[in-house]
Design a protein around this ligand. Sequence first.
Ligand code: COA
Length: 171
Amino acid sequence: MSAKNSRETNGIVFRNPKTEDGKYFWEIAKASKILDVNSTYHYLIMCRHFKKTCIAAEKQGRVIGFVIAYIPPDSPDTVFVWQVAVDAKERGQGLGVRMLVNVFKNVKPFDVKNLDATITPSNKASIGLFTAAARELNAPFMLEDDFFSTDDFGQNAHEAEMLFHIGPISD
Ligand SMILES: CC(C)(COP(=O)(O)OP(=O)(O)OC[C@H]1O[C@@H](n2cnc3c(N)ncnc32)[C@H](O)[C@@H]1OP(=O)(O)O)[C@@H](O)C(=O)NCCC(=O)NCCS
Protein backbone atom coordinates (compact mmCIF):
# COMPACT_ATOMS: atom_id res chain seq x y z
CA MET A 1 0.00 0.00 0.00
CA SER A 2 1.27 3.42 -0.86
CA ALA A 3 1.29 5.74 2.18
CA LYS A 4 0.20 8.70 0.05
CA ASN A 5 -3.05 6.87 -0.64
CA SER A 6 -3.88 6.65 3.06
CA ARG A 7 -5.76 9.65 4.48
CA GLU A 8 -7.45 10.21 7.81
CA THR A 9 -10.48 12.41 8.45
CA ASN A 10 -12.31 12.55 11.79
CA GLY A 11 -10.86 9.25 12.96
CA ILE A 12 -11.69 7.39 9.74
CA VAL A 13 -8.77 6.13 7.67
CA PHE A 14 -9.31 5.89 3.91
CA ARG A 15 -6.75 3.57 2.37
CA ASN A 16 -6.19 1.12 -0.44
CA PRO A 17 -7.35 -2.35 0.62
CA LYS A 18 -5.11 -5.26 1.48
CA THR A 19 -5.97 -8.69 0.12
CA GLU A 20 -7.34 -9.83 3.47
CA ASP A 21 -9.89 -6.98 3.47
CA GLY A 22 -11.83 -8.94 0.83
CA LYS A 23 -13.64 -10.95 3.48
CA TYR A 24 -14.80 -7.76 5.24
CA PHE A 25 -16.02 -6.31 1.93
CA TRP A 26 -18.01 -9.51 1.39
CA GLU A 27 -19.52 -9.25 4.91
CA ILE A 28 -20.56 -5.60 4.39
CA ALA A 29 -21.99 -6.38 0.92
CA LYS A 30 -23.97 -9.32 2.34
CA ALA A 31 -25.27 -7.33 5.30
CA SER A 32 -26.45 -4.53 2.97
CA LYS A 33 -29.23 -6.87 1.74
CA ILE A 34 -29.38 -4.78 -1.42
CA LEU A 35 -26.13 -5.37 -3.28
CA ASP A 36 -25.51 -8.36 -5.51
CA VAL A 37 -23.31 -10.46 -3.25
CA ASN A 38 -20.42 -12.00 -5.14
CA SER A 39 -18.14 -14.76 -3.94
CA THR A 40 -15.50 -14.05 -1.30
CA TYR A 41 -12.99 -15.03 -3.96
CA HIS A 42 -14.21 -12.16 -6.11
CA TYR A 43 -13.73 -9.58 -3.32
CA LEU A 44 -10.28 -11.01 -2.56
CA ILE A 45 -9.25 -10.71 -6.21
CA MET A 46 -10.48 -7.12 -6.40
CA CYS A 47 -8.53 -6.25 -3.24
CA ARG A 48 -5.40 -7.88 -4.65
CA HIS A 49 -5.41 -6.96 -8.36
CA PHE A 50 -7.34 -3.68 -8.22
CA LYS A 51 -6.21 -2.32 -4.84
CA LYS A 52 -4.92 0.93 -6.31
CA THR A 53 -8.39 1.90 -7.50
CA CYS A 54 -10.33 0.54 -4.50
CA ILE A 55 -10.85 2.06 -1.06
CA ALA A 56 -11.35 0.64 2.42
CA ALA A 57 -12.65 2.91 5.18
CA GLU A 58 -11.40 1.88 8.59
CA LYS A 59 -12.52 3.05 12.04
CA GLN A 60 -10.60 1.92 15.13
CA GLY A 61 -9.08 -0.92 13.15
CA ARG A 62 -12.41 -2.16 11.71
CA VAL A 63 -13.39 -1.95 8.05
CA ILE A 64 -16.69 -0.05 7.93
CA GLY A 65 -17.02 0.71 4.23
CA PHE A 66 -15.55 0.04 0.84
CA VAL A 67 -15.52 1.09 -2.78
CA ILE A 68 -14.58 -1.41 -5.45
CA ALA A 69 -13.57 0.35 -8.63
CA TYR A 70 -11.33 -0.15 -11.64
CA ILE A 71 -10.23 1.61 -14.80
CA PRO A 72 -11.81 -0.18 -17.79
CA PRO A 73 -9.10 -1.13 -20.31
CA ASP A 74 -10.90 0.64 -23.17
CA SER A 75 -11.68 3.81 -21.13
CA PRO A 76 -8.40 4.83 -19.48
CA ASP A 77 -9.77 8.28 -18.58
CA THR A 78 -12.58 6.81 -16.47
CA VAL A 79 -12.79 5.08 -13.13
CA PHE A 80 -15.75 2.73 -12.94
CA VAL A 81 -17.28 2.15 -9.51
CA TRP A 82 -18.58 -1.37 -9.34
CA GLN A 83 -19.80 -1.50 -5.72
CA VAL A 84 -19.89 0.87 -2.78
CA ALA A 85 -21.23 0.15 0.67
CA VAL A 86 -21.10 1.49 4.20
CA ASP A 87 -21.86 -0.49 7.36
CA ALA A 88 -25.49 0.35 8.28
CA LYS A 89 -24.45 1.83 11.65
CA GLU A 90 -22.08 4.28 9.96
CA ARG A 91 -24.35 5.66 7.23
CA GLY A 92 -25.57 9.23 6.89
CA GLN A 93 -22.29 10.89 7.92
CA GLY A 94 -20.85 11.58 4.49
CA LEU A 95 -18.68 8.47 4.50
CA GLY A 96 -19.91 7.21 1.12
CA VAL A 97 -19.09 10.50 -0.58
CA ARG A 98 -15.70 10.74 1.09
CA MET A 99 -14.80 7.24 -0.09
CA LEU A 100 -15.70 8.17 -3.69
CA VAL A 101 -13.70 11.40 -3.48
CA ASN A 102 -10.72 9.38 -2.21
CA VAL A 103 -11.06 6.95 -5.12
CA PHE A 104 -10.92 9.89 -7.50
CA LYS A 105 -7.94 11.52 -5.72
CA ASN A 106 -6.01 8.27 -6.08
CA VAL A 107 -6.63 7.88 -9.83
CA LYS A 108 -6.36 11.55 -10.79
CA PRO A 109 -2.57 11.33 -11.34
CA PHE A 110 -3.29 8.81 -14.10
CA ASP A 111 -5.25 11.42 -16.13
CA VAL A 112 -8.61 10.03 -15.09
CA LYS A 113 -11.33 12.64 -15.70
CA ASN A 114 -14.60 10.74 -15.24
CA LEU A 115 -16.23 8.63 -12.57
CA ASP A 116 -18.90 6.19 -13.76
CA ALA A 117 -21.20 3.83 -11.91
CA THR A 118 -24.43 2.06 -12.59
CA ILE A 119 -27.50 2.54 -10.48
CA THR A 120 -30.86 0.81 -10.25
CA PRO A 121 -33.70 3.36 -10.31
CA SER A 122 -35.19 1.93 -7.09
CA ASN A 123 -31.98 2.52 -5.08
CA LYS A 124 -32.54 6.06 -3.83
CA ALA A 125 -29.49 5.96 -1.55
CA SER A 126 -27.28 5.16 -4.51
CA ILE A 127 -28.73 8.00 -6.61
CA GLY A 128 -28.33 10.40 -3.66
CA LEU A 129 -24.76 9.22 -3.16
CA PHE A 130 -23.56 9.75 -6.73
CA THR A 131 -25.42 13.07 -7.02
CA ALA A 132 -23.67 14.26 -3.85
CA ALA A 133 -20.33 12.97 -5.17
CA ALA A 134 -20.76 15.01 -8.38
CA ARG A 135 -21.45 18.08 -6.27
CA GLU A 136 -18.40 17.39 -4.06
CA LEU A 137 -16.21 16.89 -7.15
CA ASN A 138 -17.66 20.06 -8.65
CA ALA A 139 -18.49 18.24 -11.89
CA PRO A 140 -21.52 17.78 -14.14
CA PHE A 141 -23.36 14.47 -14.18
CA MET A 142 -25.88 12.66 -16.34
CA LEU A 143 -27.93 9.50 -16.25
CA GLU A 144 -28.17 7.20 -19.28
CA ASP A 145 -30.71 4.41 -19.73
CA ASP A 146 -29.96 0.74 -19.98
CA PHE A 147 -26.30 0.21 -19.37
CA PHE A 148 -27.58 -3.29 -18.70
CA SER A 149 -31.20 -4.07 -19.57
CA THR A 150 -33.30 -6.59 -17.64
CA ASP A 151 -32.84 -8.95 -20.64
CA ASP A 152 -29.07 -8.81 -20.23
CA PHE A 153 -29.49 -10.54 -16.86
CA GLY A 154 -31.32 -13.48 -18.47
CA GLN A 155 -32.89 -15.94 -16.03
CA ASN A 156 -31.47 -14.04 -13.07
CA ALA A 157 -34.29 -11.49 -12.63
CA HIS A 158 -32.66 -8.12 -12.08
CA GLU A 159 -33.66 -4.49 -12.41
CA ALA A 160 -32.10 -2.61 -15.34
CA GLU A 161 -28.89 -0.75 -14.49
CA MET A 162 -28.53 2.88 -15.65
CA LEU A 163 -25.19 4.58 -16.18
CA PHE A 164 -24.48 7.45 -13.78
CA HIS A 165 -21.71 9.46 -15.43
CA ILE A 166 -19.79 12.16 -13.54
CA GLY A 167 -17.38 14.27 -15.56
CA PRO A 168 -15.36 15.85 -16.80
CA ILE A 169 -13.86 16.38 -13.34
CA SER A 170 -11.30 19.15 -13.33
CA ASP A 171 -10.29 19.64 -9.69
C1 COA B 1 -25.37 4.06 -0.60
C2 COA B 1 -24.52 4.14 0.66
C3 COA B 1 -23.11 3.65 0.35
C4 COA B 1 -24.45 5.62 1.11
O1 COA B 1 -23.52 5.72 2.19
P1 COA B 1 -23.56 6.93 3.23
O2 COA B 1 -22.25 6.98 3.93
O3 COA B 1 -24.76 6.83 4.09
O4 COA B 1 -23.72 8.17 2.24
P2 COA B 1 -23.43 9.70 2.57
O5 COA B 1 -23.66 9.97 4.03
O6 COA B 1 -22.08 10.04 2.02
O7 COA B 1 -24.57 10.46 1.76
C5 COA B 1 -24.37 10.86 0.43
C6 COA B 1 -25.64 11.44 -0.12
O8 COA B 1 -26.57 10.37 -0.33
C7 COA B 1 -27.79 10.71 0.28
N1 COA B 1 -28.38 9.48 0.81
C8 COA B 1 -27.78 8.57 1.60
N2 COA B 1 -28.65 7.59 1.92
C9 COA B 1 -29.81 7.92 1.32
C10 COA B 1 -31.09 7.29 1.27
N3 COA B 1 -31.33 6.13 1.92
N4 COA B 1 -32.05 7.88 0.50
C11 COA B 1 -31.82 9.04 -0.16
N5 COA B 1 -30.62 9.68 -0.13
C12 COA B 1 -29.64 9.12 0.60
C13 COA B 1 -27.43 11.65 1.42
O9 COA B 1 -28.52 12.44 1.81
C14 COA B 1 -26.31 12.44 0.80
O10 COA B 1 -26.80 13.47 -0.03
P3 COA B 1 -26.76 15.02 0.45
O11 COA B 1 -25.32 15.33 0.71
O12 COA B 1 -27.34 15.75 -0.73
O13 COA B 1 -27.58 15.08 1.69
C15 COA B 1 -25.14 3.32 1.83
O14 COA B 1 -26.48 3.72 1.98
C16 COA B 1 -25.10 1.82 1.57
O15 COA B 1 -24.12 1.15 1.91
N6 COA B 1 -26.20 1.26 0.99
C17 COA B 1 -26.23 -0.19 0.68
C18 COA B 1 -25.37 -0.52 -0.53
C19 COA B 1 -25.75 0.28 -1.77
O16 COA B 1 -26.91 0.48 -2.08
N7 COA B 1 -24.73 0.76 -2.52
C20 COA B 1 -24.94 1.59 -3.70
C21 COA B 1 -25.03 0.80 -4.95
S1 COA B 1 -23.46 0.10 -5.47
